[in-house]
Design a protein around this ligand. Structure first.
Ligand SMILES: Cc1ncc(COP(=O)(O)O)c(C=O)c1O
Length: 349
C-alpha cells in the first residue's frame, strides 16, 4: 500500500478557516492575510492579448527574448522553472540519484518545504537556527534570503562562509524582489544554487514561474531533471513581460514599502513588535496561537507558526503570527479594530 503523505503546512489556506468556522464568524467576508503574496499583482490579464499565437499551440522551445528578460531581471543564465517549488523538489532527487545520501542542514524556522523535501528523498536533515549553520560538516546547507517568516537576511560574508562549509549551498530568494539588497547569485560562487519566484512580489503565484541561478553543471542537471517544456509557453511569455516591466517594479516597490509600513504601524499601536519583508510582517510571540484564534473569530485569517525547537537543540519553540498586506484601507482598519478587541483580552486573561 502506498503510504498517505504527511501534510506540509502552508499559508494561503483560507479553506481551513472556512472548514473550521464556516463563513467569517464576524458576519463579514473573511479578511485573508495568510499569504505573503502581493495583493496588487502585475496585471497579467491586460497582457494576454499581446501574446504570440504560437504560445498557445507550440511546445515552448528556447526563446532568446524570454531568456533575455530573465537574464536582465535575475542574472545571466537564469533558468525558468515551474515555480521555485519545482526546484526545491528536484534538488533532493538529483542529489540522491547522482551523489547518494546527503547530510543537509536547513535553516529553522523557514519555508517548510525545504526540510520536508530533502527528508522525503531519504537525506539526513538537521534543522538549525541561522547562527548554528555550517558549524558541523554538511553536504548541503539550505537558507532563505530574506527568510520566510522572519525576514532575516544573510550578508555576503556569511554566504561565502556557508558556501565554504558545504558542497552545495541552496539560497531561497523567493521574497528578494520585495526586500532591499542584491541577489547572492551575483557572488558567482560555483557551489551555490539561488531560487527566485514570480509568485510573491509579482503576485503571479498561479502562473507557476520561478528561476534558478546556478553553475552550468547544476543548471543543466536541473533542466534535465525538470524535463522538456516544464514551463508552459503562455507562462513564459507573461513572466517575461512582467520581468521587462521595470516601471511597474519601481512603482510597486514604493507601494509595498508604504503598505508594509502602515501594517507595521497598526501592529505597533497594539504593542506587537514585528519583523519581515515588504510583503508580510511577522509577530514573534508566545501568544501567537491565541492571537491567531482570536483574530480568526473576528474573521481575520493569519498564518500561525507553532514550531517545536529542532531536536537536539536547546532553545525555545518558534511561535509567530505572519500577516500579509491588507489589500485596502478598509481592510487595514478592520485588522486594527480586530486587534483592538483582541490584544487587551490577551493581556488580561
Ligand atoms: C520562501 C519560499 N520559497 C519558495 C516558495 C515556493 O514558491 P513558488 O513555487 O510559487 O515559486 C514559497 C511559497 O510559499 C516560499 O514561501
Amino acid at each position: 500500500m502506498i503510504p498517505k503523505p504527511a501534510p506540509i503546512p502552508h499559508g494561503a489556506d483560507l479553506h481551513r478557516a472556512i472548514e473550521r468556522f464556516g463563513f467569517a464568524p464576524a458576519g463579514k467576508p473573511w479578511l485573508d492575510l495568510s499569504t505573503g503574496i502581493n495583493p496588487w499583482p502585475w496585471p497579467a490579464r491586460e497582457h494576454m492579448t499581446h501574446l504570440p499565437e504560437a504560445a498557445w499551440h507550440e511546445l515552448p522551445g528556447p526563446d532568446a527574448q524570454v531568456q533575455a528578460a530573465f537574464d536582465a531581471a535575475y542574472g545571466p543564465g537564469a533558468l525558468p522553472v515551474p515555480g521555485s517549488q519545482a526546484a526545491i523538489q528536484a534538488l533532493p532527487r538529483l542529489w540522491r540519484r547522482h551523489l547518494g545520501r546527503a547530510h543537509v542542514q536547513v535553516l529553522w524556522p523557514s519555508y517548510g518545504e525545504h526540510a520536508a523535501r530533502w527528508g522525503l528523498e531519504g537525506h539526513a536533515v538537521h534543522l538549525h537556527a541561522a547562527a548554528a549553520l555550517g558549524r558541523t560538516a554538511a553536504d548541503v546547507i539550505v537558507i532563505a534570503h530574506p527568510n520566510n517568516p522572519t525576514g532575516d537576511t544573510f550578508d555576503a560574508s556569511r554566504v561565502r562562509a556557508l558556501a565554504a562549509a558545504c558542497r552545495l549551498l541552496v539560497i531561497d530568494e523567493a521574497f528578494l524582489d520585495a526586500a532591499d539588497g542584491p541577489s547572492h547569485a551575483q557572488l558567482g560562487l560555483p557551489n551555490v544554487v539561488v531560487l527566485r519566484s514570480l509568485g510573491k512580489f509579482y503576485g503571479l503565484a498561479g502562473l507557476r514561474v520561478g528561476a534558478v541561478l546556478a553553475s552550468p553543471a547544476w543548471r543543466e542537471a536541473l533542466a534535465a531533471e525538470l524535463g522538456p517544456w516544464s514551463v508552459g509557453g503562455l507562462a513564459l511569455q507573461l513572466a517575461a513581460a512582467a520581468l521587462r516591466d521595470t516601471a511597474w517594479r519601481a512603482t510597486m516597490r514604493q507601494r509595498l514599502q508604504v503598505a508594509a509600513q502602515s501594517l507595521g504601524i497598526v501592529l505597533a499601536r497594539h504593542g506587537l513588535a514585528h519583523q519581515g519583508t515588504m510583503l508580510f510582517r511577522t509577530v514573534i510571540t508566545a501568544r501567537a496561537a491565541i492571537l491567531h484564534e482570536a483574530l480568526a473569530r473576528q474573521g481575520v485569517w493569519t498564518r500561525l507558526f507553532d514550531l517545536p525547537a529542532p531536536s537536539g537543540h536547546r532553545g525555545p519553540d518558534f511561535q509567530a503570527l505572519r500577516l500579509g498586506l491588507p489589500p485596502h484601507e478598509a481592510a487595514l482598519q478592520r485588522l486594527d479594530a480586530a486587534l483592538a478587541a483582541t490584544v487587551p483580552m490577551l493581556e488580561n486573561p
